[in-house]
Ligand binder design. Sequence first.
Ligand SMILES: [Zn+2]
Length: 258
Amino acid sequence: MQLIDTHCHPDYFGDQLPAVLQRASEAFVTEMIACGTNPDDWPIHLKDATTYSNLHYTVGIHPTNIDQTWERGLEILETYCTKTPKPVAIGEIGLDYHEITGDTTVIIALQKEVFRQQLLIAKRHNLPVVVHSRNAFEDCITVIEQAKVDWQKIVVHCFSEGPEAIRRLNDRGARGSFTGIITYKSAENVRQALLAQGIERLMLETDSPYLAPVPYRSKQNEPAYVRAIASFSANLLRISEEELSNVTTRNARAFFHL
Ligand SMILES: [Zn+2]
């Protein structure tokens, strides 16, 4: 059995990373994708991806990390697209309207512009895109549509909308990926979204160190726990864990060109 954690933040683990990777491999999580959120974590991901061949990475400016240096940030971001190892996607990028402090109109306009520019970088380098959307699903669709990015290259990570929303992605050729949220009692609509999309495009992620799945909710999340998300999903879809791991691994390899 083989699983891929398609979205995690291993820079958070610091010198615990070797132990975290060891536990991941014991849980059959053979590969993972470290997701960038700001110019400070990109060099860490690049270094980790150089050290560990089973760790891939992405670069992106998360919508809540936009500051006055964003233009310089985008210049630096684009230089990563020609580095070795190369990022497997641009992300996580998108829109986050959850807790905006300051002038909402100005901040939303800036988030959209930085999102748009990063979509264009992805397009220039033919890279897939990991989208972060929080309370901003409609606007994310609009910005992606306007940037004319190939929808097949779009994954909305940590999908937390319902079945209608995922159908709108799937109809365009895009997909959602799922975290431990699907194991939470209150997340029936997210489980329905997973079922509506089916296994054809399914990819799993921990988003660790956040969002630990049941039964590890009191603990810090880590890539090994993608196993718990996988067995929960297999149950939900009424397929074996073996089949689920085969399909999700194949999907992640194809999507990120691993
Ligand atoms: Zn994340």
